[in-house]
Design a protein around this ligand. Structure first.
Ligand SMILES: *[C@@H]1O[C@H](CO)[C@@H](O)[C@H](O)[C@H]1NC(C)=O
Ligand SMILES: *[C@@H]1O[C@H](CO)[C@@H](O)[C@H](O)[C@H]1NC(C)=O
Length: 205
């Protein structure tokens, strides 16, 4: 038999470890600023998070709290939307420009805080002002609480995140203005995989 004091300690330790595991906080800082990249044989200044296009992946386990400090170093208004996150009890963190918040003005910052509860899967986050989402976006991966064991398929040998997107050689703000003027959507110049047009384009780099 375990002496009662030892048992109580063991129980406390388990509870403590359990609550730590359940309530992890995943924190990121997003600097949104200009980045010069070359695609389709042309240099272009795009907006990107932390000089990455696509932007950094947010990796969480269901039940975690997410804290993202968004620092808008761009010349445009900005918000970030956490696409598909339920936002239970945190609707103001949804990032819909002029719906759940006023935009983050150039030179200003905002901290988004929300918990990821009752959902799992591979989602994404993106800018929710104008067409800036074209380059200001990234994965948001919610893993099940039970880890790899809880996945509904055998443990994979490897995991690769694939972000499918579109590339406009033209200025994306002008592309959006064109859409607003006509009923026709402007057509992108390329489809992208992790930010790069595929090898079938004449000039992908
Ligand atoms: C960033 O790029 C925009 C064009 O999209 C330009 O107007 C602005 O001056 C640039 N800002 C900096 C700090 O380079
Ligand atoms: C998010 O989780 C933290 C830690 O469990 C809690 O303190 C906070 O109230 C939760 N926020 C919401 C909006 O539920």
């Amino acid at each position: 038999m375990m002496p009662p004091t030892v048992f109580a300690f063991a129980l406390f330790a388990l509870t403590f470890i359990g609550s730590q595991a359940n309530a992890a906080t995943v924190e990121h800082t997003f600097h949104i600023r200009n980045l010069t990249v070359s695609r389709m044989c042309k240099e272009k200044v795009i907006l990107a998070v932390n000089d990455q296009y696509p932007g950094p992946a947010i990796q969480v386990t269901e039940g975690d709290s997410v804290v993202v400090h968004v620092i808008n170093e761009s010349p445009f208004d900005m918000t970030i939307h956490w696409h598909g996150v339920f936002q239970l009890g945190s609707a103001w963190a949804d990032g819909a420009n002029m719906v759940t918040q006023c935009p983050i003005r150039p030179g200003k910052r905002l901290t988004y805080r929300f918990n990821v509860t009752g959902q799992e899967g591979t989602l994404w986050w993106h800018a929710h002002v104008s067409y800036h989402r074209v380059t200001v976006h990234g994965p948001l991966i919610i893993r099940p609480k039970g880890g790899t064991e809880a996945l509904p398929f055998p443990k994979p040998d490897d995991e690769v995140t694939i972000v499918l997107g579109e590339w406009w050689s033209a200025n994306v703000v002008k592309a959006e203005e064109e859409v607003m003027r006509s009923i026709f959507s402007t057509i992108s110049d390329a489809f992208t995989i992790n930010g790069y047009p595929g090898d079938l384009y004449n000039c992908s780099g």
